[in-house]
Design a protein around this ligand. Structure first.
Ligand SMILES: [Zn+2]
Ligand SMILES: [Zn+2]
Ligand SMILES: [Zn+2]
Length: 425
């Protein structure tokens, strides 16, 4: 006896999750794939072109007794929630031109050729006959199962939860919880030390006596580095992270001025053209009102002043893209498969990256496309001078193979932007 005889059809199983009485037919096709399928959920032959086509891309005309695939005609999309879907294709008959739904919706509708006995299945299978109560139930309980979710369910991956606005969220409280963990992280944190800061410092190109503002300075690592290079630095932050910076300052007297200040309230505290340079390291994606922040940065930056910021990459980092490890305990990076989600979805997103603190503590990211950042900069006379998408070097791959190889050497996880303030251009 073949083991395949015990495999349930992938589509039947998906449908059974939303329609309790749905019978799961054993898969007789593609048994060894991720998506084993039964005869009902297999392929049907287009009467026009003769091509065997997936059941979700072919319609049946009961009048002409014809199958028509969507490559032979022009299909329409119909947005309707049914089973595990939120749309179906309406595919005109190649003979009479009348629109008929693709077989996935036809089955839900009770008009599949096997249900209305236009055709007899060649295999002995149980055909589900929908009743109205179940149809309504499944519409209410709709759960959009995308290919991405299917793949994610096969392994481990970071948590991504899109939130509806307005949300109950205060960045202070999140970072207050995170502060004790990050406070113990020394400056040699792999990403900061090797991927982000070298680029930020190169773009800032600090000169002696320059007045620099560090927005969301955290525990003051960057502020102290800038002071070491001769700059006069002010650091602002709203979380308890700042306490660690102040504590260190009291001990060692670097000469950094620290203020507990929200990045959205810069103009309450600083005059127009107060700074030669402004840096905001890995924070803008955590700030809801980035437009306000950019406007105010432009205001307090002097003419020809430089503003440099780094963020997680809007296209290649969470929450727009994620990864799933299959098998989930594999230690090889080629088994961390990259998955792409909705780049344009700007809803605040709760994410947690791992299972141990601080990575398991959820933080809120405010995702937005690259164009949103760049257009806001341009609108505020901050002209882009350079973009950097750091890539792990061969050297880094040798030193940190698990972080860098097939990870930071194949896609940028950070975006670093250098702008210059120009009032007329
Ligand atoms: Zn099936
Ligand atoms: Zn065809
Ligand atoms: Zn027809």
């Amino acid at each position: 006896m073949k083991s395949s005889e015990n495999v349930g059809c992938f589509y039947c199983s998906e449908y059974a999750k939303v329609v309790k009485s749905y019978p799961i037919i054993f898969a007789s096709k593609d048994e060894n794939s991720f998506t084993p399928r039964c005869f009902l959920h297999w392929k049907f032959k287009c009467s026009k072109c003769g091509v065997l086509t997936h059941f979700n891309g072919i319609s049946w005309c009961s009048k002409c007794k014809e199958f028509t695939c969507l490559d032979c005609v022009e299909e329409k999309i119909v947005r309707k929630r049914f089973l595990v879907y939120d749309y179906y294709y309406n595919i005109p008959c190649n003979k009479c031109g009348e629109f008929n739904p693709a077989l996935d919706f036809a089955e839900y509708n009770g008009t599949h050729p096997f249900q209305i006995k236009d055709l007899q299945p060649e295999e002995q299978i149980t055909i589900w006959i929908p009743n109205n109560k179940e149809k309504i139930e499944s519409q209410e309980k709709i759960r959009k199962i995308s290919g991405v979710e299917r793949i994610l369910s096969l392994g481990t991956h970071p948590t991504i939860e899109r939130l509806e606005t307005p949300i109950e969220y205060s960045p202070e409280s999140t970072w207050d919880v995170l502060a004790p963990f990050w406070a113990t992280v020394e400056e040699e944190n792999y990403h900061h030390k090797y991927m982000i800061l070298p680029e930020v410092y190169r773009m800032l190109n600090v000169q002696k006596e320059e007045k620099i503002l560090d927005i969301a300075c955290g525990k003051g690592d960057i502020a102290r580095d800038l002071v070491r290079n001769g700059a006069k630095v002010t650091g602002i932050d709203i979380s308890k992270m700042l306490d660690y910076a102040i504590e260190r300052e009291e001990k060692e007297k670097f000469g950094v001025i620290y203020l507990k200040l929200n990045a959205e309230n810069l103009i309450d505290r600083f005059e127009r053209a107060s700074f030669d340079k402004i840096v905001c390291n890995m924070a803008l994606m955590d700030i809801e009102n980035y437009r306000t922040v950019i406007q105010q940065i432009s205001f307090i930056l002097r003419e020809n002043g430089i503003f440099v910021f780094s963020i997680t990459h809007p296209a290649f980092a969470l929450p727009t893209s994620t990864r799933v490890r299959i098998p989930e305990d594999s230690q090889r990076n080629e088994d961390a498969i990259r998955i792409f989600l909705d780049y344009f979805d700007e809803r605040p997103t709760l994410t947690s990256y791992g299972t141990k603190p601080p990575r398991n503590i959820p933080t809120v990211i405010f995702p937005r496309p690259i164009s949103s950042y760049l257009n806001e900069l341009i609108k505020n006379n901050l002209i882009v001078r350079e973009l950097s998408e750091p890539k792990a070097s061969e050297e880094l791959v040798k030193k940190f193979p698990r972080n860098a190889y097939l990870y930071d050497d194949i896609r940028p996880y950070f975006l670093i932007v250098k702008t210059i303030k120009k009032s007329d251009f």
